[in-house]
Write a protein that binds this ligand. Structure first.
Ligand code: AR6
Length: 175
């Protein structure tokens, strides 16, 4: 199994599944969520609306994940997950770890051989980048090997700062 950290735009990744840092409404937003819906076209939002009307009438819970079509993107699937908003008062690490773990489980359910993650919660939701990277890398290293058929886990980072954080965690963890 290969783990890699790259600088780039997740919407352009040639992988089976890309993960979206969504919110509970599943109706889109800014950041990577906005970029995925813009690049993937209206089919993704239509699939999200259908999920809201059926499986998730109250929204997708924080720490959970669900797959839809990837519309016009080269990926087959978008796995929408909801990371927690950063809190200095409460340790929400299990929810952020859950977002990665559930995304990997869903990747297994849809048969993805490759998956790309953004830095979930580390943008609008305010999670400090180094800690977000630590949780992301620890959780994926622990959980990905158990996902049948999965061979590539890629972290796609949008800044040099984020790339440094994820690359550092990855080399520390795999030394
Ligand atoms: N490719 C890869 N990474 C990106 C891209 C991109 N195209 N665009 C932004 N990032 P955020 P969150 C990085 O805010 O913190 C949305 O409005 C970004 O620089 O997208 O989980 C949702 O609807 C940052 O490092 O997600 C929610 O309401 C990382 O992706 C809320 O924001 C995550 O930043 C979720 O906030």
């Amino acid at each position: 199994m290969r783990f890699e950290a790259v600088l780039g735009d997740i919407t352009l990744q040639q992988v089976d599944a890309i993960v979206n840092a969504a919110n509970s409404t599943l109706f889109g937003g800014g950041g990577v969520d906005g970029a995925i819906h813009r690049a993937g076209g209206p089919e993704i939002l239509a699939a999200c609306r259908a999920l809201r009307e059926t499986v998730y009438p109250d929204g997708l819970p924080t720490g959970d994940a669900v797959a839809t079509t990837a519309g016009l993107l080269s990926a087959e699937h978008v796995i929408h997950t909801v990371g927690p908003v950063w809190s200095s008062l409460e340790d929400r690490t299990p929810l952020l770890a859950g977002a990665y773990a559930r995304s990997l489980a869903v990747a297994g359910e849809v048969g993805a051989a490759s998956i790309a993650f953004p830095a979930v919660s580390a943008g609008v939701y305010g999670w400090p980048m180094d800690d977000a990277a630590r949780i992301a890398v620890a959780t994926t290293l622990r959980n990905a090997p158990a996902v049948p058929g999965l061979g590539i886990v890629r972290y796609v980072l949008f800044s040099e700062r984020a790339l440094d954080a994820f690359s550092g965690m990855l080399s520390d963890a795999t030394l």
